[in-house]
Design a protein around this ligand. Structure first.
Ligand code: ZN
Ligand code: ZN
Length: 201
């Protein structure tokens, strides 16, 4: 794959995040992948109300509908076919056979969204998981260890161990610990693989 990655279509599925938030996430993704993602299109996918959806199936649906480099953000729970009950629900995933990544806000939400701060926390967490999954779309791999970016925060590709923390603890320890800038190793990879030839930025 890895074709035409400078354009990203972000598809909202469900209504937990507002359209203006979708726009904010798109802009911050463009900044995170500066010079690599240049064009972000926002759209909404109408789907029957579902409490949960198979992550792989959702990537197939989005692939057939939108083609190309796509990120789906859903408020439904994303399930995998993993036998291990603990890994049965995921924050995000990507289909290695196409260029579609999906992220679920379900486990990223604070217990209650009662203030602008609660909502912003959900937005920041969603962005960080989006950076991670789109990073996979770009060919980046997980950091098994904690790797820091120049801003002192964890690189979005830092993975950590979910089974050490449980979901709530994982989100607070790992997702909240990530920043929105990639580490030098990831940056070098992105520039080498995805640099636009003959352009200046
Ligand atoms: Zn990963
Ligand atoms: Zn990194």
């Amino acid at each position: 794959m890895l074709a035409n990655m400078d354009k990203l279509t972000i598809v909202r599925i469900g209504n937990v995040i507002s359209y203006s938030t979708l726009h904010e996430i798109g802009e911050r993704l463009r900044e995170g992948f500066e010079g690599i993602i240049r064009d972000v299109q926002l759209t909404h996918h109408e789907s029957p109300v579902a409490g949960s959806i198979d992550a792989f199936l959702l990537t197939m649906i989005l692939h057939s509908e939108f083609k190309g480099h796509t990120l789906g953000i859903t408020d439904a729970e994303l399930k995998t076919r993993d036998e291990d009950e603990f890994y049965h629900a995921v924050l995000g995933g990507k289909n290695p056979r196409n260029d579609v990544a999906v992220v679920s806000t379900r486990k990223l939400s604070p217990e209650r969204i009662e203030s602008a701060g609660d909502y912003q926390l959900l937005v920041d967490r969603t962005l960080k998981v989006c950076l991670h999954e789109v990073g996979h779309n770009m060919g980046l791999t997980d950091h098994g260890s904690y790797t820091f970016a120049a801003d002192g925060q964890l690189c979005p590709m830092s993975k950590g161990e979910r089974n050490r923390f449980g979901y709530q603890g994982y989100v607070r320890a790992v997702v909240d610990g990530r920043g929105d800038r990639f580490c030098n190793g990831c940056k070098r990879f992105l520039e080498t693989v995805h640099a636009h030839h003959g352009s200046v930025h």
